[in-house]
Ligand binder design. Structure first.
Ligand code: ADP
Length: 471
């Protein structure tokens, strides 16, 4: 099968979150199981670009409304990621260091999508499946089916995977000219609540829609930033496929970001060494349990609750634990977390920013990982943490609910709580400290979670079955 993934992120080329991890690993599994798999993404100016060898495979021009632009497609010569990787260069729009966060993101991703479809339209051998991810590529199914210029692509099945429905990329109708010409009665296939909504359009036009966990799909019908009715209406073509994690990248036995490697057999010693390195770097006490948070400091992740949770834990449970936070996001939360360094008694620290290496050290060196998310489509952190023997404390929502079973339940192995509230999270921390103090229970649990299987093996097969249903 000839599968083409189109995405704004793909690790290690460019990553801002879980989307990058998934698009960096799922295609490799598909390639390894014998499918001709490619990823097409923007050519940002990230370090990966300068470290690899590339060849130009296509040059052309097209237009974004009245603006005519040249685009170039380059291909990774060595297929170092295990699949064919194509980058789309558009000068003035995509040649930036960051993936998102610019005022002209609408123009950037519209132009990217138009260039990709324009290029695919020139292929002699068309793909069997076009798989798009999130709103940045959500207009592609519409363009393939409803624009005159790309009529040739109409019969290609398309799949949209939703990694996060909070972000939908909406823009006003005054920008409708950006899209190649289409019949005006198709307007409804682009619109949601008065705007052009790329995510909604993807849901309407893709042949199938997947979300990255079963529970997240159920939740979207009730709460999805305005798309609830659409998810309910389109439920017949939606399904949940849980993300896997890449065991080649996330492997405590040979993770290049770690100096102290370990397996289940020597996990106690290995984790202790990693914890000591981490604690000494951040001025923490290695004898106390170490709770970490890694992620975007946004309301979705419940990050705004962390300052009060830490204060309450110290006050009510006692200064029996350390906290270390890694993340960036809302400035108010960043400032609060930064200013709390002053209350640290060798038991609190924070690193504001994005740091891939540090995240690996934290998964390896921590005892517990906090995920008090209000919304969590799948969540990868809890799976990474378990791979590294770090017990997750998660709110029962979305993918967290599908991957973590509370220790109190049969065959349980983590700590779960119901509400994204300071009280519930602090209570979970209290339970964790109790577990930590029973050394045998704690060590057994830490080894047990390392042995769970969160690999792509099953989920990658579910995607192939979905594609096969079209063929
Ligand atoms: P998201 O909603 O952000 O995509 P996921 O749990 O799906 O959440 O994926 C988050 C990914 O991003 C994980 O690989 C996590 O380790 C990584 N990550 C998030 N924030 C940071 C950070 N500040 N530094 C390093 N890695 C981070």
């Amino acid at each position: 099968m000839r599968i083409v993934h189109i995405s704004a992120e793909c690790y290690p080329v460019a990553k801002a979150g879980g989307l990058g991890d998934v698009v960096g690993s799922l295609p490799r599994f598909q390639k390894e199981s014998g499918h001709d798999t490619a990823v097409i993404m923007p050519m940002y100016r990230t370090p990966f670009l300068y470290k690899n060898e590339w060849e130009v495979v296509h040059k052309s021009n097209t237009n974004l409304g009245h603006w005519f632009f040249d685009y170039t497609i380059i291909r990774d010569r060595t297929s170092v990621l295990g699949f064919d990787l194509y980058l789309v260069d558009i000068n003035g729009l995509l040649d930036r260091e960051k993936v998102y966060g610019y005022n002209d993101d609408t123009e950037r991703f519209c132009a990217f999508q138009i260039a990709v479809v324009h290029w695919i339209n020139t292929w002699e051998l068309l793909p069997d499946i076009v798989h798009v991810h999130d709103h940045h590529t959500g207009l592609i199914p519409f363009m393939m089916q409803h624009t005159y210029a790309f009529k040739r692509l109409e019969a290609i099945p398309s799949v949209l995977t939703i990694h996060n429905a909070q972000y939908q990329g909406s823009f006003g109708w005054e920008k409708t000219l950006y899209l190649p010409q289409w019949d005006s009665w198709k307007r409804g296939m682009l619109e949601w609540k008065g705007s052009i909504n790329p995510l909604a359009s993807g849901i309407k036009c893709a042949w199938k829609v997947t979300t990255v966990s079963h529970s997240y799909l159920d939740e979207l019908k009730v709460s999805s930033n305005g798309l609830e009715d659409l998810f309910e209406y389109e439920k017949g073509k939606c399904s949940g496929i849980l993300n896997g994690i890449d065991y080649k990248v996330w492997a405590p036995a040979h993770d290049p970001y770690l100096t102290e490697h370990f397996t289940i057999e020597n996990a106690v010693k290995g984790k202790k060494n990693n914890k000591e390195i981490l604690c000494s770097r951040f001025g923490l006490d290695p004898h106390k349990p170490l709770f970490v948070f890694i992620g975007r400091l946004v309301g979705e992740k419940g990050a705004d609750l962390l300052p009060q949770v830490i204060i309450d834990s110290f006050e009510h449970i006692g200064r029996k634990m350390n906290f270390l936070i890694l993340g960036s996001g809302e400035s108010q939360t960043e400032d609060q977390l930064n200013s709390m360094k002053s209350i640290s008694n060798n038991d609190y620290n924070v690193f504001i920013g994005y740091n891939e290496a540090l995240s690996h050290s934290m998964y390896a060196g921590a005892d517990f990982l906090l995920m008090p998310s209000r919304v969590e489509p799948c969540g990868l952190n809890q799976m990474y943490s378990m791979r590294y023997g770090t017990i997750p404390l998660v709110r029962k929502t979305g993918g967290l609910k599908d991957t973590v079973i509370d220790m109190g339940e049969k065959n349980g192995y983590g700590i779960t709580f119901l509400h994204a509230s300071v009280g519930d999270i602090t209570h979970a921390i209290y339970r964790a400290v109790e577990v930590y103090e029973q050394k045998d229970v704690f060590r057994k649990m830490s080894k047990k979670i390392m042995d769970l299987d969160f690999s792509w093996d099953k989920s990658a097969g579910d995607y192939i079955s979905l594609y096969n249903s079209f063929l």
